[in-house]
Design a protein around this ligand. Structure first.
Ligand SMILES: *[C@@H]1O[C@H](CO)[C@@H](O)[C@H](O)[C@H]1NC(C)=O
Length: 399
């Protein structure tokens, strides 16, 4: 992605209508275990390799991402969206770009009626410098999203089964979730409108033209995306994330509130107040937040720079975007040092927890997350999302 020196501050209106996660649910979100280990973690390690489109190691990562869903999350619908293009670095050769899309919708819903939360990261890596692995850019975000999909899967199954059982299926708006692993984000030589965002440009163009059969709530595949949450350059210590867009500042604030709650609950491993980082009798220190504009009513005056990234062709077509990218960029940005060793493992894990929490609220999963205990909600049975539950494994634990 590229920084563009554009001042960005608009007034916006937002709304939120979902049930916040309870403390108990928040404290029960599953960690990744050793799956983010940079040497042999099942999710992250296979992505920490060169991923230049059209090369065998890129192909290997494609298989890793698709294989994960095929083997572990069979209820997700997998699709490829492919295109080819020449690039300034590869002459007349048509370089293949392949976006991987994994979707989970309510089982009864007609496709055109489902609005989806999209969790998005690019999985390609930059051609130069030679050997560049792009650990924050965006190997770690891809691994976070895999873990998030896995962590939400069982609770989604449980929620939708309960809705079918109690007759509430099909009454409200239909909400689904979609993972977009985009290809060809990076420029092959230097960033221009045509040398960058190969996958995102192709997917947004194609989906804008792909109509759902009438009558449908959403006219096209593109308009089915109700929020495009893009993760990029994440995994280094101490990021600061401004609120980039007025119209999604409300969603940014929902995420900021979850960050705050996870920190207060001692769930943030990267926090100086985490149990692993201070002696039990030491006072809590004031800790910096990642989402620095969480207390602002709007994003006016946040002075965020416009960043050119995969959201651009989607946003240009009217898609709402929540951009989780640090400003300033990490010091290792586009340098050979953006490798596994420069990731902060606690930060990678904390990001994944935060993303899971945000998506769980968006999907209204309160009451369906395994808290590991028999719980009896005071209002059990009084409404959707509040049910007695017992036993384990609404959320999948990493094996
Ligand atoms: C798109 O690419 C994937 C991955 O290489 C391949 O499996 C699939 O068959 C391709 N789809 C089309 C329509 O060419």
């Amino acid at each position: 992605m590229k920084l563009r020196g554009l001042l960005f501050a608009l007034l916006g209106i937002g709304c939120t209508a979902y049930t916040p996660l309870s403390d108990k649910s928040l404290n029960s979100l599953p960690g990744p275990g050793s799956d983010f280990d940079i040497h042999n973690g099942a999710l992250l390690a296979p992505i920490l390799t060169v991923r230049v489109p059209g090369t065998p190691t890129h192909e290997g990562v494609m298989h890793h991402l698709a294989g994960f869903f095929r083997e572990q999350l069979p209820d997700w619908k997998l699709e490829w969206q492919n295109s080819t293009s020449t690039t300034p670095a590869t002459g007349d050769k048509q370089v293949p770009f392949r976006n991987l899309i994994a979707t989970r919708d309510p089982p009864w819903a007609r496709e055109g009626d489902v609005g989806r939360l999209a969790l998005v990261a690019h999985y390609d890596s930059k051609l130069t410098p030679t050997g560049f692995i792009g650990a924050t850019d965006s190997a770690a975000p891809c691994a976070m999203i895999l873990h998030a999909a896995r962590s939400l899967d069982k609770a989604l199954t449980k929620k939708w089964a309960a809705m079918e059982a109690d007759g509430s299926a099909g009454i409200d708006e239909e909400t689904g979730i979609q993972i977009l692993f985009l290809d060809g984000e990076e420029a092959f030589s230097s960033w221009t409108d045509t040398d960058s965002l190969y996958g995102a440009r192709s997917l947004s163009e194609t989906w804008e033209k792909t109509m759902h059969p009438a009558p449908s709530t959403y006219k096209t595949l593109l308009s089915s995306i109700t929020l495009f949450m893009l993760l990029d350059l994440l995994g280094g210590a101490n990021p600061t994330i401004p609120s980039y867009f007025a119209t999604t500042h409300w969603a940014y604030r929902a995420m900021a509130s979850l960050e705050h709650r996870l920190r207060s609950a001692g769930r943030f491993k990267s926090s100086p107040n985490h149990i692993s980082k201070r002696s039990p009798d030491a006072e809590r220190v004031t800790e910096p937040r990642w989402l620095i504009h969480g207390d602002k009513q709007d994003n006016q005056g946040s002075l965020a720079f416009m960043v050119e990234d995969d959201h651009i062709p989607f946003m240009a077509r009217g898609v709402e975007v929540l951009h989780m990218i640090p400003s300033p960029f990490p010091a290792v940005w586009h340098r050979i040092e953006d490798d596994g060793a420069h990731l902060d493992p606690d930060t990678v894990e904390d990001w994944s927890t935060l993303v899971i929490a945000f998506a769980a609220e968006w999907m209204d999963l309160e009451g369906f997350i395994d808290t590991g205990f028999v719980t009896r909600e005071e209002n059990a049975g009084s409404g959707k999302g509040r049910r007695e539950m017992e036993g384990k494994s609404e959320l999948t634990n990493p094996s």
